[in-house]
Ligand binder design. Structure first.
Ligand SMILES: Cc1ncc(COP(=O)(O)O)c(C=O)c1O
Length: 443
């Protein structure tokens, strides 16, 4: 069935969800308002490769976030799913531990030779909270200097207690810290990626108190010469534990952490999302001396011991490495970024491009940017695509998908350009409201 942006069971279910679930979903990035208010399909009935079906049986090609970066091999990957089925049939949870935990630890430590020990969690944010706890315990100091987005936990949102806008520019602006104890004010401080001076000033100002540095190795821009070196050197000199957050960047540029190819040797690296292709799993990987500090702190949870997580992860990593999936992600991501650039040029649209190849995004320029983004999503949805201004490449995306995507995007960019050329307000072409920018409370 050809998709049209119309309302059906998926949209009705979301309206109902908002009555039961504050905010409607569990993840900000899955809120339909972030894409196409009132019209985004919201729910899926099944998914395979890079395609999925909504509750009304409409089929879409996912040219957006692929499970918000988790499904790096594609949806319902047969090899990962077979490993999960094996785990399920042998018992996922017992009084004893799953041996796959140890096997996975060996794999992670082999891939990251600077590291010797591993702890597990099941989501990125909780793994980051665990890493920060271990790093604080190890350094014996409370203050965290960080850059970028790292989840919903108190240690991170505490930065917004000091200054409402402290987290602006760190991926999700406007995150509110209500419910975060005010006594945490002054415990975490942000710096901007590639701003060496800002980092050095912060490290100096909080000397003796700052014990942890948290950052993604890379996300939107490559590191400027000297930036990562300065962070690593300063962390060492000042006795701060360096934590790299690989939850999204990991498993995109090579089989393992992005830091591996960047001359960066952290004390801890944290993985999630793509390490298990859609099954809950996260790992905190680190140096022995630092990780042993976990023993002096209570860090423990029942479902961190399930068998599905490490089984899925072992199968995912094995396939990723065997097929050299990162090469495919680079090729596909570059092709999409080139395509956006080419089509924008062809139609005279002003766009900015950002992101490493496998995690690319573009932005329409000008004051109607959000309306244009919404219009793009609306028009692509009509043509059977889940599309926004970002594309996360997966193993499942093939040239034929890209050809279909660009044939549709060509027409949509063309009609956007025509709208702008006629001086029309793009909002007038929307069937619903403009999508939301970062975080906003939903009623
Ligand atoms: C860099 C980074 N850290 C942490 C997180 C939080 O992970 P999760 O949503 O699994 O809690 C994310 C999620 O997008 C992320 O991109």
């Amino acid at each position: 069935m050809k998709a049209t942006p119309t309302t059906g069971r998926s949209q009705r279910l979301y309206r109902k969800a908002k009555g039961f679930i504050p905010g409607g979903t569990q993840l900000l990035s899955k809120r339909p308002e972030m894409f196409l208010p009132d019209l985004w399909p919201s729910y899926y009935s099944r998914a395979r490769g890079c395609e999925l079906w909504d509750l009304d049986g409409r089929r879409y090609l996912d040219m957006s976030y692929m499970g918000i970066g988790a499904a790096v091999l594609g949806y319902a990957d047969p090899d990962v799913d077979a490993a999960v089925r094996r785990a399920v049939s042998r018992g996922n949870m017992t009084t004893l531990n799953a041996p796959e935990e140890v096997e996975l630890a060996e794999v992670l430590v082999r891939l990251h030779p600077w590291a010797k020990m591993v702890r597990y969690a099941r989501t990125g944010g909780e793994a980051m909270a665990m890493a920060v706890r271990i790093a604080r315990a190890s350094s014996g100091r409370d203050t965290v200097l960080f850059c970028g987005y790292h989840g919903w936990h108190d240690w991170y949102l505490a930065a917004n207690l000091a200054k409402d806008s402290a987290l602006d520019g760190h991926l999700l602006p406007g995150l509110e810290p209500k419910g975060v104890p005010k006594c945490l004010r002054g415990t975490s401080f942000p710096f901007r990626y590639n701003d060496t001076d800002e980092f050095l000033r912060l490290a100096h100002r909080h000397r003796g108190r700052a014990g942890v540095v948290v950052m993604e190795p890379i996300r939107n821009k490559p590191p400027e010469p000297g930036f990562l070196e300065a962070v690593q050197r300063t962390a060492r000199q000042r006795g701060m534990v360096l934590v790299v957050d690989e939850i999204t960047a990991g498993w995109r540029l090579n089989p393992g952490g992005a830091h591996l190819g960047m001359g960066l040797e952290p004390d801890i690296a944290v993985f999630g999302k793509a390490m298990s292709n859609g099954y809950p799993m996260a790992a905190v990987v680190g140096k022995r001396g630092v990780m042993q500090a976990a023993q002096g702190s209570f860090i423990s949870s029942t479902y961190w011991t399930d068998r599905i997580g490490p089984s899925a992860s072992l199968a995912c990593i094995e396939k990723y490495a065997a097929l050299k999936v990162h090469r495919h992600l680079a090729k596909t991501g570059n092709a999409v970024q080139d395509g956006w650039r080419r089509l924008a040029g062809k139609h005279g649209l002003r766009i900015s491009l950002d992101g490493i190849a496998p995690l690319g995004h573009f932005g329409f320029e000008g004051e109607k940017a959000l309306a244009l983004k919404t219009l793009f999503t609306q028009e692509m949805l009509k043509r059977g695509f889940l599309a926004t201004n970002a594309f996360y490449a997966s193993w499942a995306h093939r040239e034929t998908h890209l050809r279909r995507y660009f044939a549709a995007a060509d027409r949509v960019f063309g009609s956007i350009a025509a709208c702008l050329a006629r001086g029309r307000d793009p909002e007038k072409l929307l069937s619903g409201e403009v999508c939301h920018a970062g975080f906003r409370r939903l009623i």
